[in-house]
Ligand binder design. Structure first.
Ligand code: DI6
Ligand code: FE
Length: 409
């Protein structure tokens, strides 16, 4: 058996985002003058360099020369696998058409469905990799990718297979989410209940059996699926032992987040129209609120998510790009952090926790990653900044020096 390689990162400040160990008032869990010992793909020890245990004293060191180390970033909500282009819709919206009007007229999600159905697996992969590479270039090492532009068994399978392939082609972990209940495909027009039955009874079980589904999502909205329809999909997911998440309260309040909390959902996402009174139900279920400022910005929404109520109820808050061709053509996690602060008034520490610890929690992976702590996977981002807040403060600036993924890099 090959010996497990050990090395010690020194010459760095580390924003661990560990909870519990940080002194009050330090939401970053910041350790100045830190050492991080890495054994194989795991973090073995982190703390002030003076406290490095003697068993690491003979290990090779890697001097980062004053960099800031954070957990590698987690993008816990994307639709980055798709074909086609919706730049024309951007123009239409600027001419006055609303997102909902475009969707109702057969554009929007359905135009991406047509392009995605027409694309081969290779073409879909080739179209998607540049978006993934942009995310990776800003420190992402764990990426959730949803299906939902196929809306039939063959094309949903193709999307999920491409997502898995991306995880093999690049140095990152991909989590797949089946979003069959994203939009009503043309062949089921006027039969949303029939389509939901097909998704819950046939498509989902087939894709789960093929090992392509890590979680199940549904778009609960007036232009998409009703709470009872979403419940049918969630019942099927629960029966198969697959965790659920939801797109809820993005454009209106249908009580989707409350519904999802009842299923112990990993996350409820968007939430601009969430009733503050529903926040405690999310907290009680351990459901993460995933805020998506890129969609809020792109759609020029006016209604802010109830951040104060989420904080007060103790709901964990993550943020994500929502990278998709319609409402959030965004591949910059650092811009998401900036938008979360400027538009939603998150603190920089909340925004960055939302891209690390809470993003991992929203994927059910917090035991394994999302903070810099002994025992966790050594997925780290090394930044040329001095203060953690700088990562959220600057706009259009990428100070990523390198990523360490599973101890490598
Ligand atoms: N909510 C969104 O913001 C995206 N999907 C969803 O359920 C929009 C997807 C698109 O317009 O293509
Ligand atoms: Fe989305």
């Amino acid at each position: 058996m090959a010996a497990i390689s050990t090395r010690v990162l020194v010459g760095a400040d580390v924003a661990t985002f560990a909870t519990g160990s940080a002194p009050p008032g330090d939401a970053y869990g910041l350790v100045r003058g830190a050492a991080v010992a890495i054994e194989g793909e795991r973090i073995a020890w982190v703390g002030p360099v003076a406290g490095l245990p003697s068993r690491f004293h003979a290990s090779p060191t890697d001097d980062l020369g004053g960099a800031l180390v954070t957990p590698a970033l987690v993008d816990c909500h994307t639709h980055c696998v798709y074909a086609g282009n919706r730049a024309r819709e951007f123009e239409l919206r600027l001419e006055g058409a609303s997102y909902e009007a475009i969707a109702r007229a057969g554009g929007g999600i359905r135009s991406t469905v047509a392009a995605t159905r027409a694309a081969s697996e290779e073409a879909l992969l080739a179209a998607s990799l540049p978006r993934v590479d942009a995310l990776v270039a800003e420190g992402i090492a764990t990426l959730e990718i949803k299906s939902g532009y196929g809306l039939d068994l063959d094309c949903e399978r193709r999307m999920l297979r491409v997502a898995r392939e991306i995880g093999r082609r690049r140095r990152l972990t991909v989590r797949t989410t089946f979003l069959g209940a994203h939009a009503l495909p043309p062949e089921w027009t006027d039969d949303a209940d029939g389509y939901v039955g097909h998704v819950a009874g046939e498509v989902l079980p087939a894709l789960v059996a093929e090992g392509l589904v890590d979680a199940v999502d549904a778009f609960c909205e007036g232009i998409a699926f009703s709470p009872p329809q979403v419940a049918r999909v969630f019942d099927a997911a629960s029966a198969l032992g697959v965790p659920v998440k939801i797109h809820a309260e993005q454009l209106s309040d249908l009580g989707g987040a409350r519904l999802a909390a009842g299923y112990g959902a990993l996350s409820a996402d968007h939430l601009e129209h969430l009733a503050p009174a529903d926040a405690p139900a999310l907290a009680a279920a351990g459901t993460v609120a995933v805020l998506l400022p890129g969609a809020f910005y792109t759609l020029r929404e006016a209604r802010l998510p109830p951040v104060a109520a989420l904080r007060e109820a103790g709901v964990p808050i993550a943020i994500a790009t929502d990278c998709n061709p319609g409402s959030s053509p965004l591949t910059s996690p650092l811009l998401v952090a900036n938008m979360a602060c400027t538009l939603f008034r998150l603190t920089p520490a909340e925004a960055l926790a939302g891209l690390t610890r809470e993003g991992a929690r929203a994927l059910g992976m917090l035991d394994d990653r999302g903070t810099v702590e002994a025992g966790k996977r050594a997925d780290l981002a090394v930044w040329d900044v001095h203060e953690p807040a700088e990562l959220a403060y600057r706009i259009g600036f990428n100070p990523l020096r390198r990523r360490i993924v599973g101890g490598v890099g």
